[in-house]
Design a protein around this ligand. Structure first.
Ligand code: AMP
Ligand code: GLY
Length: 428
């Protein structure tokens, strides 16, 4: 089988690494990829939303599967683009169609979906510039902190959490009337603040049946103790000890099953991964958000724990026979620690040479923002490398990641030394 992976981050490197191990793989390509994905297959210089370019490449290389890493091409309708074209409709896209991707592409769509199907989520209302005054009144009816969400995709920056009512009103006005997040904030969802601990849950679905993947917890803030600016994610741990059987049963019965059934009932076809961003509020799950793709850096701990052949699962999705496929997981804990460029998530420098990569043997180093310059690997993004390790427990896995990080160097490198700090696990 010939596979094209779209994307260029740590998530895509982890998928490429896993796909490369499949007994069914013939040729693996990654567009645009990074220095790490180039070790697993062939990088192709194509943007993830260059649909015509992707079509031409798929025909040229007789691609069977396109796995779509990031949300952008999904929300722009890459699945529909393939289905609507006689020459490429036989190629299977692993990722939902445009309508289904609205679960991530529009907060208002996803909130309405959850309300319709009784899926637990924070109370909310949606406003436009015509209903700004009603928005102010709704804010006045809530207790702080105030949660404001731009409806559309805003590169992870569209959610504001504010303590002060006047500030919340000003931000609402700026989102709606001054396009603070461009067209993404033409509508704003205001919702109740949920107090609890977050986790990420994933399934792969063929539209009817689904397989659960291991859950994970990611660490989004730049600073230790979860302080400072939000980032794309500074590290992750899987499994999550508080996600015990009783809690995960609630997740399955109150969130996963109603979502899969709700999609079906609404006539929305979904083939791909669903990411449930959850808040555990006193042992009850609430959906904070849906994503129509896998998480990053969660993928860098979830995929290493998957023992089954991933192309078997892709085939199950494409032929809608997922229920017949087996899925097995590694019982060990996996942790990942992200090494980032100095200054990230604000301005940072690129093109710093990375040393020490070849000396790592007991961790998996997934590249997030790197590129090759002859034999040298250079930094090419804010998040640079995800150093993933296995262990009998979280502490042992993290110890290995941190030991290996010491061997890797680039100018300005920064990482959090406290990944997993808020997770307690049984002593053993
Ligand atoms: P989202 O893009 O919807 O995932 O929101 C980004 C982050 O804001 C989440 O990961 C949460 O940490 C936080 N957040 C979003 N909605 C809420 C909420 N209703 N209550 C508390 N925190 C929230
Ligand atoms: N780690 C969160 C995300 O991928 O959106």
């Amino acid at each position: 089988m010939n596979v094209l992976v779209l994307g260029s981050g740590g998530r895509e490197h982890a998928f490429a690494w896993k796909i490369a191990q499949s007994s069914q793989i013939d040729k693996l390509f990654i567009a645009p990829g990074n220095a790490g994905t180039a070790q697993e297959g062939t990088n192709v210089d194509l943007a993830v939303d260059d649909f015509d370019g992707i079509k031409a490449f798929c025909l040229q290389e007789k691609i069977d599967f396109v796995f779509v890493g990031p949300e952008l091409p999904l929300v722009k309708g890459i699945h529909d683009f393939f289905l609507g074209d006689e020459e490429i409709k036989h190629i299977s896209i692993i990722g939902p169609n445009k309508e289904a991707a609205q679960l991530e592409g529009s907060k208002d769509f996803s909130k309405r979906f959850m309300k319709r199907h009784n899926i637990p989520t924070a109370k909310y209302q949606t406003f436009t510039k015509e209903t700004l005054d009603e928005g102010y009144a709704f804010l006045e009816s809530l207790k702080p902190p105030f949660v404001l969400k731009a409806d559309g995709l805003a590169a992870g920056k569209g959610v504001l959490i504010l303590d002060n009512l006047e500030e919340a009103k000003n931000e609402l006005k700026s989102m709606l009337t001054e396009s603070k997040f461009g067209a993404a904030s033409n509508q704003v969802v205001i919702e109740e603040f949920l107090k609890g601990i977050e986790l990420s849950v994933f399934v792969i679905t063929d539209g009817t049946s689904y397989k659960k993947l291991p859950e994970a917890k990611d660490y989004k803030r730049i600073g230790e103790g979860d302080t400072g600016l939000n980032t794309g994610g500074m590290g992750a741990v899987s499994p999550v000890p508080f996600a015990n059987q009783a809690f995960m049963d609630k997740v399955e019965n109150q969130v996963i099953i109603p979502t899969i059934k709700g999609l079906k009932k609404d006539g929305i076809d979904y083939q791909g991964f669903i990411f449930f961003g959850l808040m555990n509020v006193k042992n009850d799950p609430f959906v904070i958000e849906y994503n129509c793709r896998m998480g990053d850096p969660e993928t860098e701990v979830v995929i290493p724990r998957l023992k089954s052949d991933i192309l078997e699962l892709f085939e199950g999705v494409a032929t809608r026979t997922l229920s017949e496929r087996d899925v097995e997981f590694d019982d060990r804990t996996a942790t990942t620690v992200m090494m980032v460029s100095g200054g990230y998530p604000e301005a940072y420098e690129k093109e710093k040479s990375i040393t020490g990569l070849t000396g790592i043997h007991d961790s998996l180093v997934f590249h997030a923002g790197t590129k090759k310059d002859g034999p040298t690997v250079l930094t090419a993004g804010g998040r640079v490398l995800a150093v993933t390790s296995y262990g009998k427990n979280k502490d042992k896995a993290l110890k290995t990641s941190y030991e290996n990080i010491e061997k890797i160097n680039f100018e300005g490198a920064y990482y959090r030394k406290d990944i997993g700090f808020d997770i307690k696990e049984e002593e053993d």
